[in-house]
Design a protein around this ligand. Structure first.
Ligand code: GLN
Length: 456
């Protein structure tokens, strides 16, 4: 803990942390030492970690990357945080992220960007940018992230680390500040699939305080990751595993460097015994408009709670209640958040609801059905996480549509609620890391981790 706290200070310029809790961390580390000395500690006891600043914490401030929550302190811990505390992890602080998890570059944080440790002139991806940077720069061995439309997988890909978004409902959303509730999911980011498996086992589980939490017994994802497949051999641990390659995930416009790295990863999976099969997800392109209707619609509703009364920021001077609401929200929210609230309110409004929101919901169902069609022919689906490597700071900042388009490969799985992960498979332009995306059927986290572990 002490060594990493000094390392965090030495690398402050990366912008990974929004808050470092030195004193609290040392207390937690001492407690973990006691647990270990008493002989009843699990594998995560004493392991320093840090949380995306979208999880509320009682012992540290929570901002969600927004000025709206500057100085906010939650009276309770998010379930994921409480579970990881109970497992003996030592939380060192809170990590930078896009404001309310809206973004793909961590450039929408009200507290400044985070920088990619592979090349600090480039973005680390987002919205869990700080979580990715902290692991990639070896500031902590593991972090929590959240993934609504790719926010764990894409920054993991951009920084050469491993991240998994489990099936919707596997981790509790209680205390995770809501962006788009039907899509938001917690997950770990770490150096390897093995570390992710250990963290996910501790983070997940039924929670009666989240109405969409799945009623399933506690899972040992590490054991599932290690479990040998029927017919597997030492040289071919993935023998019999069918990996589907949706042709829409390899469009003509896919950059050559990402294509090459992903193909190399697939060739490696083949050597390990997997068979590659061609499949199709015909509505892949539609996932973009569908997501960018549904997510803002839900965000416009979720963010109505930030009204200057109940939480955080309130404008200093105002005339009456309505004026206070307006000025507080104008001052507290950044441009991307305002854009989403406007889009969301528009698609939900009378006269447009049927044309946009309802259509999007119907297509969402069809996208999920397409995946089930694929899973008839394969066990896992593979492809790129993102069409490019991490871009330079500032690029795409003035063009939100361009950033939305770059989410094409992560959004379909999110809309379907499927588990997905990013596994580093090589480098592309500028020596920047490239991640391979693996998508599993519902509750197949163990299978995903098994394949990723074999690859690593
Ligand atoms: N980039 C996507 C967005 O801006 C996904 C964000 C996320 O998964 N939180 O909405």
């Amino acid at each position: 803990t002490q060594a990493l706290l000094s390392r965090i200070t030495a690398h402050e310029s990366l912008g990974a942390f929004l808050h470092v809790d030195t004193d609290g961390a040392l207390v937690r580390a001492a407690k973990a030492d006691e647990l270990i000395a008493a002989g009843n500690a699990g594998p995560l006891a004493g392991v320093p970690i840090a949380h995306k600043d979208i999880y509320v914490t009682a012992d540290m401030p929570t901002t969600a990357g927004s000025k709206m929550l500057a100085g906010y302190r939650s009276p309770f811990d998010a379930t994921v945080v409480a579970k990881l505390n109970a497992a003996g992890t030592v939380s060192l602080g809170k990590l930078n992220c896009d404001e309310f998890a809206m973004g793909s570059a961590n450039e929408n944080s009200a507290y400044g960007p985070a920088h990619n440790p592979w090349d600090v002139t480039r973005v680390p991806g987002g919205s869990s940018g700080g979580s990715a940077v902290a692991v990639a720069a070896r500031l902590v061995p593991g972090t929590t992230g959240t993934d609504t439309g790719g926010s764990i997988r894409q920054p993991a890909s951009f920084t050469g680390i491993t991240g998994i978004k489990p099936t919707y409902g596997v981790c509790s959303r209680y205390g995770m500040i809501a962006f788009a509730s039907s899509l938001d999911q917690a997950g770990p980011m770490a150096r390897s699939a093995e570390d992710c498996a250990l963290l996910l086992s501790a983070m997940s589980g039924f929670d009666e305080r989240d109405a969409t939490s799945v009623q399933q017994p506690p899972q040992d994802f590490h054991a599932q990751m290690l479990a040998a497949r029927d017919g597997a051999t030492a040289a071919q641990p993935l023998k019999g595993l069918r990996i589907g390659l949706p042709k829409e995930f390899f469009p003509a416009g896919l950059t050559a460097d990402v294509n090459a790295a992903v193909r190399a990863g697939l060739a490696e999976l083949e050597k390990l015994g997997a068979t590659l099969v061609d499949v199709s997800l015909p509505r892949t392109e539609l996932a973009i408009p569908v997501y960018y209707i549904i997510a803002p619609a839900e965000a416009s509703s979720n963010l109505s709670r930030f009204d200057g009364v109940k939480f955080g920021h309130r404008v200093a001077q105002y005339d009456d209640l309505l004026d206070m609401y307006k000025k507080t929200r104008a001052e507290g929210f950044g441009p991307e958040v305002k854009r989403r609230i406007m889009i969301g309110s528009y698609v939900l409004s009378h006269g447009y609801y049927d044309a946009y929101y309802l259509q999007a919901q119907k297509l969402r169902r069809m996208i999920a059905d397409d995946f089930q069609q694929c899973f008839g022919a394969c066990d896992l689906i593979a492809g790129p996480v993102a069409p490019t490597v991490a871009w330079k700071h500032g690029e795409g900042k003035d063009n939100p549509t361009q950033a939305y388009l770059a989410d094409i490969f992560t959004l379909p799985g999110s809309l379907a609620g499927l588990p997905g992960m990013s596994v580093p498979v090589g480098t592309g332009e500028g020596g920047m890391p490239v991640g391979l995306q693996l998508i599993g059927n519902y509750f197949k986290e163990g299978q995903l981790l098994h394949a990723a572990h074999a690859l690593q």
